[in-house]
Design a protein around this ligand. Structure first.
Ligand code: DAH
Length: 505
């Protein structure tokens, strides 16, 4: 799905092959070695023990969890769970969240559900296979074997539907406008999500998503289908014409050439008409929302850059493409063409009926979507670097105000400082790039702007592999001294030896 932190990486096998996210990882069979590596190294290296000794418990948002050999959530990441960007009213992500909530007044709105979830919620409840790569410790931050930092807001689908059915007041009272959908038959969840990832301007290990779920009673769907058939027979109206008129004069140019069929099938539990009805309802709502957002983005750009006099209006092509997710069928993604490339902004589809069954709602059918908020916010506010969302620099934070969409004005960057590190890969252990990413981030925090592989070769005689990574340090808020960066770099190098088992060159 999204590239970088925006990527909704839990697409099915086809998508995973395409995803750059996975291309950097070893085949799944190797992943288990990563999980046990910490403890193995602890026993074998006494110097490492002093640095690496893992606490028996860790605390996340005031709750204590026991750790085990799966634990890989770093202090830097855990600190992010308390930042609550979605609750800072002047923050671009919070402004966008409110904007989307307003577009869906008939949905219950959640923005305060803890990021700590069970593996059941995050994976099993959605039908992820036991060996799905998304479960691997190289991609996911585990608190312990059964508990993790949610990797997507879909983790709450079943839980919230079941809460509605069972009138579970503890959960239902978290909704902001409970009366709009008292049994959670329609809801939105805005939340922070966590994925181990590479580091650059569009990748960050914490980002935000907006999940939308809308269910209908199947009897109601039948009723609507009958009424529609009667109306169509009377007027001869065609969906395509209606869609075309919807687009007229819009800043977004929508295209959808996807078809429900054998490659993107209707579930056996549904009729073709039911699935088409639900899909059409979903796409209409999503199109409307995206058009609203893009229209606001264009208006903001115009007032900021004073381009109102320019000829023609800017246009954002938006397209639907087929997709695969374990928890929907048929499934789609929506992409926006922005600055020369197609940006994936969300995944969606007709919810697997097994989720409805597990929630005790077999008599209902539904759709679900998951939007990546950073990507939409970057479009909406013209924010060029994903790290900026975490900045506390007033030159960033003071630019935004609740209910206002304006284009971000770039401020001068502080000088960057670049350090290379070259090393031989361990011969006895797997090396996973995301372990290096976390290690650097843990040591340098947000001072690290990017980590890039710049060289790799195999020694012709020894067969050993050498790699060189370039680490780019740059503060968003201040000048850093060379001594400060040298000290960080020394610490990174030391941890690479002790923790990742590499031999520095
Ligand atoms: N949870 C998915 C991800 O992060 C995105 C997604 C896809 C959400 C399809 C949905 C959906 O609700 O129906 O990769």
């Amino acid at each position: 799905m999204f590239s970088g932190s925006q990527r909704l990486a839990f697409a099915g096998p086809q998508r995973l092959v395409r995803s750059t996210r996975l291309s950097q990882h070893a085949p799944l069979g190797f992943l288990l070695t990563t999980r046990v590596r910490f403890s193995v190294r602890l026993q074998s290296t006494s110097a490492a023990t002093a640095i690496e000794k893992k606490a028996d418990t860790i605390s996340v948002l005031g709750t204590t969890y026991s750790t085990d050999e799966w634990t890989n959530a770093t202090p830097t990441i855990l600190e992010k769970t308390g930042r609550n960007l979605l609750h800072q009213h002047s923050h671009p992500l919070a402004i966008l969240k409110e904007l989307i909530f307003k577009e869906f007044p008939e949905f219950a709105h959640y923005d305060n559900i803890s990021p700590v979830v069970s593996t059941y919620q995050n994976f099993d409840s959605l039908g992820f296979s036991e060996d799905h790569p998304g479960r691997s410790a190289t991609d996911t931050y585990y608190i312990n074997q059964k508990t993790l930092l949610r990797t997507h807001t879909s983790a709450h689908q079943l839980q919230l539907l079941a809460a509605g059915k069972q009138k579970d007041d503890q959960l239902l009272r978290l909704a902001k406008n409970r009366a709009a959908a008292p049994m959670n038959e329609r809801f939105l969840v805005a939340a922070d999500v966590y994925r181990r990832d590479e580091i650059d301007a569009s990748h960050y290990p914490v980002f935000h998503q907006m999940e939308g779920v809308c269910t209908f009673s199947r009897a109601e769907v039948q009723d609507q289908l009958r009424q529609k058939a009667l109306k169509d027979a009377g007027s001869g109206a065609h969906g395509a014409e209606a869609a075309a008129s919807q687009q007229e004069g819009s800043v977004a140019k929508l295209s959808d050439t996807t078809e429900i069929g054998k490659d993107n099938p209707v579930q056996p539990e549904h009729t073709a008409e039911e699935a088409a009805f639900v899909a059409e309802h979903m796409k209409k709502m999503m199109n409307n929302m995206v058009v609203q957002i893009l229209t606001k983005a264009v208006a903001a750009q115009k007032s900021t850059n004073d381009v109102a006099s320019k000829e023609g209006r800017p246009e954002f092509p938006v397209r639907w493409i087929d997709a695969f997710f374990p928890f929907t069928s048929p499934s789609w993604e929506m992409e926006v063409f922005f600055q020369g490339e197609w940006l994936e902004i969300c995944g969606c589809g007709v919810m697997k009926q097994s989720i409805m069954d597990d929630a005790g709602m077999s008599d209902r059918i539904g759709w679900a979507f998951g939007f990546g908020l950073e990507r939409l916010a970057m479009l909406l506010f013209g924010i060029p670097d994903i790290r900026l969302f975490w900045s506390t620099d007033p030159r960033f934070t003071d630019q935004f105000a609740p209910d206002r969409i304006n284009t971000f004005k770039q401020f001068s960057r502080h000088p960057a400082c670049t350090k290379d590190v070259s090393f031989w890969l361990p011969t006895s252990d797997e090396f996973h790039e995301n372990d290096l990413m976390d290690l650097v981030r843990e040591t340098a925090g947000d001072l690290v702007e990017g980590v890039k592989l710049i060289d790799s070769f195999a020694h012709p005689k020894s067969g050993k592999t050498s790699r060189c990574y370039r680490i780019n340090y740059c503060s968003m808020d201040r000048n850093v001294t060379n001594e400060e960066i040298n000290a960080i770099q020394d610490h990174v190098r030391e941890l690479m030896v002790n923790r990742l088992g590499v031999a520095l060159r």
